[in-house]
Design a protein. Sequence first.
Length: 172
Amino acid sequence: MKTGRRIQTGCFAVFFIALIVSYLTRYEPGKAIGVNFFLFSKDMVMIVPCAFLLISLFEAWVKRETVEAHFGSRAGLRGYVNAILLGSTTIGGAYVGFPVAATLYAKGARLDVIFTYIGAAAICRIPMTLFEASFVGLRFSLIRLCVSIPLVIFSSMILGAYLERRNFKMKS
C-alpha cells in the first residue's frame, strides 16, 4: 500500500473512531459532527451520480466545435457571458463545477473562460442568490453580484494570460 493511501486510510479510521467515541461518551460536538457528516454524505450521494451522468452525456453529445465557438478563442467577450450563465445554473458546487471545467477544457475552451465559469459557479448560482436575497435583501445581492462578477472576469483574464504565457496544459 502506498504511503499516501495509508495516510488517507489512517485519517478516516481516526475520524470514525472519534465519532464512535463521541456517541459512546455522549460528547455533543462530536455527535453533531457525525450527524452533519452523514447528512452531507447523503446529499452528495444524491447529487453527484446524476451530475456525472449529465457530464458524461455532455462529453458524448456536445461537439468540440460547439464548445470552441461558445467558450473558445473565437467567442471573445461572449465566452465570459456564456461561462457566467453556465456557472449560475451549476448545481452541486465544486463537486460538479470542476469536472465540467475539465470537460470544457478538453473540448477547447479557453483557460480564462474556464476560470470565469468556476468563479461564477461559486458566487452566482441562482438558488444560492435567491436564498441570499431572501435573508439580506435583493439590493445587497444585486450589489454583490455587480461587484463580484467583474472581479471574477478580471482575475480570470489575468490568471489565464499568465498561464498561457507559461504554456500551461492541463493533463487529461
